[in-house]
Design a protein around this ligand. Sequence first.
Ligand code: NAD
Length: 314
Amino acid sequence: MRVLVTGGAGFIGSSLVDRLLAEGHDVVALDDLSTGTLDNLSDARARRRFSFVRGDITDGGLPDVVTAAAPDVVFHLAARTGPRASIRDPVEDARRNVLGTVNLLEAARASGARKVVFASSGGAIYGNAARQPVSERVGADPLSPYGAAKISGEIYLGMYRKLYGVRTATLALGNVYGPRQEPDDDTGVVATFCAAMARREPTTIFGDGTNARDFVFVDDVVDAFVRAAEKPCDGRRFNVGSGVATSVRQLHALVAELACRADEPRFADGRLGELHGVALDVSSARHGLGWEPFTPLREGVSRTLAWVSRSAGG
Ligand code: NAD
């Protein structure tokens, strides 16, 4: 199959590219390299069945790029990622994450692509839902422009499905972590703790550390994307997480233990748009995609630490 991966130079996108190439697919990655890097694609670029296009999903020339790629399936991951960046600049968030998605859907439709698989956010769309773990049946209640943009993308996907018959699937991802994730205080708390501990630098927890996340390893997420392309998904949203809420304080203790460092974080004030906690009910993905999370948190954090040490040359 021929596939287009938008955001293909990013953390999750590049891991998906590697998996698709390993399975023998022809892959085009499109990325504006705003946060993604060509380093993430160094293995892919050595492969014959791979090509990279530097481009912006909001660009008027996108339909030509997608038509030239002639994909059977489009994996749409390009985005400005994370709630806090979107709170700082909601207009830029909407430009990339709403207009970019509409532009991409229009280009995919015009190219005759069979299916679009969209990366939404289980952390951002449900808000602080009263019942945990959160199932897909819970109404959206985003606490950030980023969450609102993801819901909007899902609505556009549903509309394209009805209007034009484009097949679609949405994966609402938990807090994804693993090799290639950049340390940042928005979505990358695992990478941030791992990088700081590898460099023997202090770590900071925002709030009292009881805020919880559903941490899910990148390989598990990539597996869900591949399955979503293959299975008849009927335009549905599938939660993709571990199903378990882990507090940031518990995560810190685990990273410290595995990195053989002191478990002594600093604490700073909590931040706007921060969720109290979310765990995703993944039973729909289990039944609809035949998917299960398969990497335990301890193993995933160990692999992330090993990657951070290797990339720091340590
Ligand atoms: P990332 O920042 O590593 O990847 C996003 C990629 O999109 C980057 O390579 C960036 O350069 C590219 N990009 C951004 N704007 C673009 C534009 N206008 N045109 C072309 N390319 C553009 O982030 P990630 O963590 O790999 O996230 C991938 C997807 O998964 C995103 O849609 C994100 O919202 C979603 N997601 C991620 C998480 C997580 O925990 N990392 C959780 C939920 C959802």
